[in-house]
Design a protein around this ligand. Sequence first.
Ligand code: GDP
Length: 354
Amino acid sequence: MNSALTVNDGIAQPPMVNPHVGGLFEKRRQPLPTVEEYVRGIRESNITMLSRAITLIESRRPDHQQMAQKVLEACRPFAGNSIRLGITGVPGAGKSTFIEAFGGMITARNHRLAVLAIDPGSERSKGSILGDKTRMETLSADPRAFIRPSPGTGSLGGVARKTYETVILCEAAGFDYIFIETIGVGQSEVAVHSMTDFFLLLMISGAGDELQGIKRGVMEMSDLLLINKADGNNVEKAIQAQAQYQSALHLFPAPPSGWTPRALTCSAVDKTGLKEVLQEIENYIALTKANGYFEQRRREQARYRMYETINDNLQNTFYNNPTVAAKLAELEQQVTSGALNPYDAAAALLALNF
Ligand code: GDP
């Protein structure tokens, strides 16, 4: 027993493979639902199945993408029946607080609400709210609400497409209000505008519109300017801002909808002015459904999406082509060194067989 040859038990050796990774692989091996199972689940408003179908849409795997398109195709006949609301405003304007308060009012009226976002990765982490559900705690726990963060990184065109496809699935699942949120400092407003019926710009008083980073174009495409944080000491300033924006709105050409956009105030914290916002949206929907603009806008949006898809595909095909990629680096170098003019360089690249 006391021999020097005794081998102690020693300590347990760590496993050769990371045990946590094993769990992940097991999860991945779980068979995917069939197209029929996805569609049935979505139509039955099964939120787990809806979430899984959205994950399928977001997947880059070609077999997933193929399947996602089949699910979408089957869902499309049941889509189109929601009110799609675009919400933009710079970080800090109060979007998540507003969505929480206004969304709560919508679900309290027995509507089902899906909240989506469009900002591609890097922008999201800077300001947009939806990666951070804890900031919409009540709505996250509301059985009539479904909150889904932005579909991750990628080109804006790619993210926008996935968000639009998510709208289709949510509508097929019976959601009758869809909010699509974006931070108001990029091209993403155009993308949100191109897939929503009503576009709401959330602003705060006491900051010139330059300060808020709001471009004139964004104001011009808005159906409602909403000055938030009209509470406490800020009420008067908010009302002044409302008057200023209201007169600024008169300077824009009359929109083709026949609708006259207005500036209103609200407080997302005090929950004041929210009924008026809903009334404004309902008035807009009633007017544009009666004068045909509602349908016309959706058809225009379909046309926009067609061109967007073509442009996206052409761009991908071009830049992913190995011949182009090889030549591109060389010509880029010549252009930056001044040896070649940019137009000849572009022409030479476009003349390649890609
Ligand atoms: P987001 O970045 O646009 O989503 O803005 P948040 O919803 O995160 O709000 C930014 C800050 O403004 C937070 O501290 C909120 O509590 C505050 N806030 C939002 N809405 C209101 C409001 O109606 N009144 C006041 N006083 N503060 C608000």
